[in-house]
Design a protein around this ligand. Structure first.
Ligand code: NAD
Length: 374
């Protein structure tokens, strides 16, 4: 069993020229388990706009790396690097299991998404992405909106998640991500609670942002009873008013006496500290990297909690942005593809049970098998 260590410090190289990329190196970056054989880790910096961050390219074995860009007010550069590395590895696995001909990559911009955005910043980011020559394709993640990606699109074609004229599916991937999460959640409920109907099911949703809100709508329409938490009050008011959701303190949402917990905020929340307090029998949500360490998969299994692997159930977004990038497909076709997340999730539960392994481990293994076979 491998415990992931604390992150290592790494320096941001301040490039003299605006928006150029530079490979980063430290004494121990390559030996950090989070590095996991990444093909590249680029640091970028643009003094005039205040842009700084990292692009991590985990693998291009299946095709160019594809993954969203996150804007977050990281406490340290090491936190940002660690997030980029873990998220890009997740994208490799996500794309592989979703049957996409793309590898895994991710970008993180260090900054407050509510106060540090500017046109200059996203134009500079577009130049960074362009300078990578298509080895990394970008789109939205936490903190990034369609309007931001539209600005990026002024400077590079290696961008998706923009509602382009004449294209059929595209734009904000969040509603389709929520649809996929809903399918994965239903599969987990079917396997873990042996029921098809969500009517009366109690679901605690953590984070009522772009995906969480859309997921709440689907759950509400299916008759589920909702419990919600967010650190941003207007999002809670909306869920309360529209879905009659019960508002819960963010520190208590994971531990509600409910059937399902759906994490839709940030990662690392399922850990040695939180697992003993979780009452739900099913965890299925949109957040990337929900498990703090690999060992948490075993801890969940030992407690009989049915965990739907995050990158399997939240792959609807990448399925739609890939389709947009490739020129667009009818929405019905995308929906059909995303709805297959139900069968994929169920197959992971079945194999995990047959092999006596945690679902997180089985999903990783299946993804590595796909990549190795490329
Ligand atoms: P978002 O920024 O729109 O929403 C996140 C919400 O979580 C916000 O409302 C925020 O206020 C809230 N939040 C932050 N910290 C919290 C805390 N401690 N407790 C409770 N709420 C908290 O992001 P999103 O696009 O909805 O994405 C949510 C998660 O799903 C992220 O982990 C993201 O990586 C993942 N994801 C999103 C997509 C997509 O299409 N948007 C696709 C795949 C995965």
């Amino acid at each position: 069993m491998t415990m992931k260590p604390r992150q290592n410090a790494a320096a941001v190289r301040n490039a003299d020229e605006p928006t150029t990329c530079a490979s980063i190196s430290t004494n121990n970056i390559f030996s950090n388990p989070d590095f996991d054989g990444h093909e590249a880790l680029h640091a970028f910096f643009h003094a005039e706009s205040g842009l700084k961050g990292f692009v991590a390219i985990h693998s291009t074995k299946l095709g160019p790396s594809f993954g969203g860009c996150r804007m977050w007010d990281y406490a340290t550069e090491a936190d940002a690097i660690r997030d980029a590395l873990r998220l890009s590895q997740g994208m490799s696995y996500k794309n592989a299991l979703a049957g996409l001909s793309y590898g895994g990559g991710k970008a993180v911009i260090m900054g407050d998404a509510r106060s540090d955005k500017s046109e200059a910043l996203f134009e500079a980011y577009g130049d960074v992405i362009n300078s990578l020559g298509g080895r990394y394709l970008t789109a939205e993640d936490v903190g990034i909106k369609v309007a931001d990606m539209e600005i990026v699109g002024r400077r590079t074609d290696f961008v998706s998640g923009i509602a382009k004229e004449g294209r059929m599916a595209g734009g904000d991937p969040s509603p389709i991500t929520a649809r996929g999460v809903f399918q994965g959640l239903k599969a987990a409920v079917k396997f873990g609670l042996e029921q098809d109907d969500l009517k009366g099911l109690k679901v605690a949703v953590q984070g009522i942002g772009n995906v969480g809100y859309n997921l709440c709508r689907l759950l509400h329409d299916a008759g589920a009873e909702l419990f919600v938490a967010d650190v941003y009050k207007p999002n809670l008011d909306r869920a309360h008013d529209e879905f009659g959701a019960t508002v819960v303190d963010p520190s208590a949402i994971l531990f509600q006496d409910v059937d399902v917990v759906a994490p839709c905020a940030l990662g690392g929340l399922i850990s040695v500290d939180t697992i003993p307090q979780i009452k739900a029998r099913v965890i299925a949500g949109a957040s990337n990297n929900q498990l703090a360490t690999d060992d948490d998969g075993e801890r969940l299994q030992a407690r009989g909690i049915h965990y739907a692997p995050d990158y399997v159930v939240n792959s609807g977004g990448i399925i739609t942005v890939v389709s947009e990038y490739e020129g667009g497909r009818p929405e019905a076709e995308i929906i059909e593809k995303v709805d297959r997340i139900y069968e994929r999730t169920l197959a992971i539960f079945v194999r995990a049970q047959a092999e006596g392994q945690p679902t997180s481990k089985i999903a990783d293994q299946m993804a590595r098998e796909v990549i190795a076979g490329a």
